[in-house]
Design a protein around this ligand. Structure first.
Ligand code: SF4
Ligand code: SF4
Length: 267
């Protein structure tokens, strides 16, 4: 067995604020086509990692500081981190697939759930980094649908590496009713209450259409999502690297649900 501690230490030395290991059997509930073994045959483990969004940037949400440093630049750092960890594993004789922290809409599965009276869409990436963080025992899915962790709340961006290495699993919260990190009654559902798009019902789900169309009403239209859904049908099940027919709108971040969450707010 490769030295799990050495891999986790390497990830931390290369900028991971959080790192944990999830064996692939913890992803049994993932949809078909989205399990680790679907993306890397022979996969045994997932290295789940995250970098924090600095608090001073969070306090400036919404705006260009978050858009640049908390989103686009952070994604670039995470790409480098996942690549380095994958190569580190490969040098020890294991296949390792570095995943992107945020793939383009055109490479996602998009399903139109309803058009009337208001559009509802389901958007699915190849792999859920949020659920990898949960499977590695680092956090939970909060009422806002974001992954939340004790120290940073939702103020993180996650990324994952899938590997054929059989690594030592990180512990998960013990007991039938472990203490919840997200406590909606205590905070008064700040994320739902402050979402300007009314996209967060507070049950752990997000209305993707409402959130996206609030951020860019001219770009994220029903037509835009329908084009991706239609092109996906003709492209088949493997989505990574596939082109789509709909040009992506210029992204606009919001992030208010991240800013208002009280978990771990002190330094
Ligand atoms: S990013 Fe903004 S619009 Fe989207 S769910 Fe969060 S608060 Fe609502
Ligand atoms: S704002 Fe409150 S309800 Fe929403 S994720 Fe944070 S703790 Fe949970």
């Amino acid at each position: 067995m490769p030295k799990t501690n050495a891999i986790m230490a390497f990830a931390q030395e290369n900028g991971a604020d959080l790192v944990g290991i999830a064996p692939v059997d913890r992803f049994a509930g993932a949809p078909p086509g989205h399990k680790p073994e679907d993306l890397l045959p022979g996969a045994r483990s997932v290295v789940a990692m995250a970098k924090r969004i600095p608090l001073a940037i969070v306090k400036k949400i919404p705006g260009p500081y978050y858009e640049k440093f908390g989103y686009h630049d952070l994604n670039a750092h995470l790409r480098e981190l996942s690549y380095k960890v994958a190569v580190f594993l490969e040098d020890q004789g294991y296949e390792a697939l570095p995943l992107d922290p945020s793939i383009a809409d055109q490479a996602r599965e998009v399903e139109i759930l309803q058009e009337e009276p208001e559009p509802k869409v389901r958007i699915l990436g190849d792999f859920s980094h949020r659920h990898a963080i949960v499977a590695a025992g680092l956090g939970e899915i909060g009422a806002s649908c974001m992954v939340v962790v004790p120290k940073f709340g939702p103020r993180i961006r996650p990324v994952s590496v899938i590997t054929t290495a059989s690594l030592e699993p990180s512990p998960q919260p013990a007991g039938e009713n472990p203490v919840k990190i997200c406590q909606p009654e205590a905070c008064g559902y700040q994320c739902s209450k402050n979402c300007p798009a009314e996209a967060l019902p507070g049950d752990g789900t997000v209305d993707h259409f409402k959130c996206r169309s609030y951020r860019n009403p001219a770009g994220y239209t029903l037509e835009y999502f329908k084009k991706i859904a239609d092109s996906k049908k003709s492209r088949g099940p493997s989505s990574i690297g596939s082109g789509g027919s709909a040009p992506p709108p210029v992204g606009q971040t919001c992030g208010i649900c991240i800013r208002v969450c009280p978990i771990g707010l002190s330094l």
